[in-house]
Design a protein around this ligand. Structure first.
Ligand code: S3P
Length: 444
C-alpha cells in the first residue's frame, strides 16, 4: 500500500499573549473513528458514520480496510459509508499494511488479523516502530496466534493466518484500552469466551460499540468478555468531538485571562473525562451543558472561562482516564500557582514520543522548573518565557506548547509539527480563528 506518512514537516510560530473566544466544534473522536471503521467493516449491512475524524491516523485505518477488500465511501465532510463484509468476509491484502503514526490501528488490527485465514504484515513510521507491541502479541500467542515482531518486540508485525484461536482469561499487566480492545477483537474469531481484566478502568468505546452493533458483551466481577462466533449488525454512528482535542482549548481558554469559549458536542464518556477532574481540582472553570447521549456515547457542550489555577498532586486513579491529556495538563501546571506532582504515569514514556522527557525538555526551554521522574513529573508553576521547543513529531506536544504561548512573554516556536494532522487536521486554522496568534512555516 502507498505510504501515507505525514511527510511535509512544518513549524508553528506563536505570538505571545491573546485571549480565546467563540463557540465551535473540534474534530471527531479518534478512538471512536477507528472503531467505527473496524466494526463497520466486520458487520453485516451498511454502516453510516458522521462526524468522522479526517486525520491521518483514522485515514490509515480506512486505507487498511480498503486493502482488506471492504468498500468504503468517503470520508467527505465527516461522512463515511462502509459496506460491511461480515466477520469472515475480509480478503487477503496484496501489500504490507502501513499504519503511519497510529498505535491504535496497529494494536487493534493485530488482534483482528490474528483471527483471519490469511497472512498480513503491519508496519508504521519511525515513532510507531519504536513502540512496544509485545503487550499485544504475548496474550494473542496465548490464544493460539502466531505473530513475529521485529527485534525488541516492535513493528513490523508479521501475522500468520489460519491459526485457530481459542478464548483465554487474561489479567492485563498494564491499563491499556488498546490491549483490551485487541483481545476482544481477537475474541470475536476465537472458540469459547475471551475475558480480560484491567488493573484500572480505561476507555470503553470498543465495548460500547460492540453492544451498539448487537454483539453481546459479557461482564462479571470486573472482567469483560466476548464469546466468539457471533454477528455484528451495521448501523449509524455519530462520532462526538474528541475530548482529547478539546483539551487544548480548555487549557488555552483557562490560562489566557479574559477568555470565554463554548466547545460543542464533546464526548464526555466517563472513561475519558479524567482531564475535567484534574483541571477542576486545579481550580478551572469548566461547565458542562446540554448533556445528552448519541449512539451509546455521552456528549455535552463545554463552557470554559479563564481562571487562576493551583498546583496539585494528581490522583493516581485519574491517570488512565486522562492518559492522552498530560501534555496539556503539564502546561496548565506550569501556569498554576504552586507545585504539581504527577506519578504512576510511566505509560507516558511509550506514547508517540517519550512524553515525560520531551515535555520536561520543552518546559525547561521556556524557563519552567520541570523535573522529570521515571513515572511522572514535578512542575513548579511560574512565568513562561518565549523560546524554541522541539515537539519530536508528537502531535499532542506540539498543540500543548502552541497554547502555552498565550502565557509566554515572547514568541514560541514549535518544531516538527506535521503530525498534528494525525489527530487534529486544521488545528492551526481553528485556533487562529478563535484568538491564538499562530502561523505555520514549512521547515527549512
Ligand atoms: C487509545 C488508547 C490509549 C490512548 C490512545 C488511543 C484507544 O492508549 O493513549 O491515544 O483508542 O484505544 P493505551 O490503551 O495504550 O493507553
Amino acid at each position: 500500500m502507498a505510504q501515507q506518512a505525514v511527510t511535509e514537516e512544518r513549524s508553528f510560530m506563536v505570538e505571545p499573549g491573546g485571549t480565546l473566544h467563540g463557540r465551535f466544534r473540534v474534530p471527531g473522536d479518534k478512538s471512536v473513528s477507528h472503531r467505527a471503521v473496524m466494526l463497520g467493516s466486520l458487520a453485516e449491512g451498511e454502516t453510516r458514520v458522521s462526524g468522522f475524524l479526517e486525520g491521518a491516523d483514522a485515514l490509515a485505518t480506512v486505507a487498511t480496510f480498503r486493502a482488506l477488500g471492504v468498500e468504503i465511501e468517503g470520508p467527505a465532510h465527516g461522512r463515511v459509508r462502509i459496506r460491511g463484509v461480515g466477520l469472515h468476509g475480509l480478503r487477503p491484502p496484496e501489500e504490507t499494511l502501513y499504519l503511519g503514526n497510529s498505535g491504535t490501528s496497529m494494536r487493534l488490527l493485530s488482534g483482528l488479523l490474528a483471527g483471519q485465514s490469511f497472512d498480513s504484515v503491519l508496519t508504521g513510521d519511525s515513532s510507531l516502530s519504536r513502540r512496544p507491541m509485545k503487550r499485544v502479541t504475548e496474550p494473542l500467542a496465548l490464544m493460539g496466534a502466531r505473530i513475529d515482531t521485529g527485534e525488541g518486540g516492535t513493528a513490523p508485525l508479521s501475522i500468520r493466518g489460519g491459526q485457530p484461536l481459542h478464548g483465554i482469561r487474561y489479567d492485563m499487566p498494564v491499563a491499556s484500552a488498546q490491549v483490551k480492545s485487541c483481545l476482544l477483537l481477537a475474541g470475536l474469531f476465537a472458540t469459547g469466551e475471551t475475558w480480560v481484566r484491567e488493573p484500572a478502568p480505561t476507555r470503553d468505546h470498543t465495548e460500547r460499540m460492540l453492544a451498539g452493533f448487537g454483539y453481546p458483551v459479557l461482564r462479571e466481577n470486573g472482567w469483560v468478555g466476548v464469546a466468539g462466533g457471533g454477528r455484528l449488525q451495521g448501523g449509524d454512528i455519530d462520532v462526538p468531538a474528541d475530548i482529547s482535542s478539546a483539551t487544548f482549548f480548555m487549557l488555552g481558554a483557562t490560562i489566557a485571562a479574559g477568555s470565554e469559549i463554548i466547545l460543542e458536542h464533546v464526548g464526555v464518556n466517563p472513561t475519558r473525562t479524567g482531564v475535567l477532574d484534574i483541571l477542576s481540582l486545579m481550580g478551572a472553570d469548566i461547565e458542562l451543558r446540554n448533556r445528552r447521549e448519541v449512539g451509546g456515547e455521552p456528549v455535552a457542550d463545554m463552557r470554559i472561562h479563564s481562571c487562576g489555577l493551583r498546583g496539585i498532586t494528581i490522583p493516581r486513579h485519574l491517570v488512565p482516564l486522562a492518559i492522552d491529556e498530560f501534555p496539556a495538563i503539564f502546561i496548565a501546571a506550569a501556569c498554576a500557582e504552586g507545585t504539581t506532582v504527577l506519578s504512576g504515569a510511566e505509560e507516558l514514556r511509550v506514547k508517540e514520543s517519550d512524553r515525560i522527557a520531551v515535555m520536561a525538555e520543552g518546559l525547561q526551554a521556556l524557563g519552567v522548573d520541570a523535573q522529570p521522574t521515571y513515572d511522572g513529573m514535578v512542575i513548579r508553576g511560574g512565568k513562561l518565557r518565549g523560546g524554541t521547543v522541539d515537539s519530536h513529531g508528537d502531535h499532542r506536544i506540539a498543540m500543548a506548547f502552541a497554547m502555552a504561548a498565550l502565557r509566554a512573554d515572547g514568541p514560541v516556536r514549535i518544531e516538527r509539527c506535521a503530525n498534528v494532522e494525525t489527530s487534529f487536521p486544521g488545528f492551526a486554522e481553528l485556533s487562529a480563528a478563535h484568538g491564538l496568534g499562530i502561523r505555520q512555516e514549512a521547515a527549512e
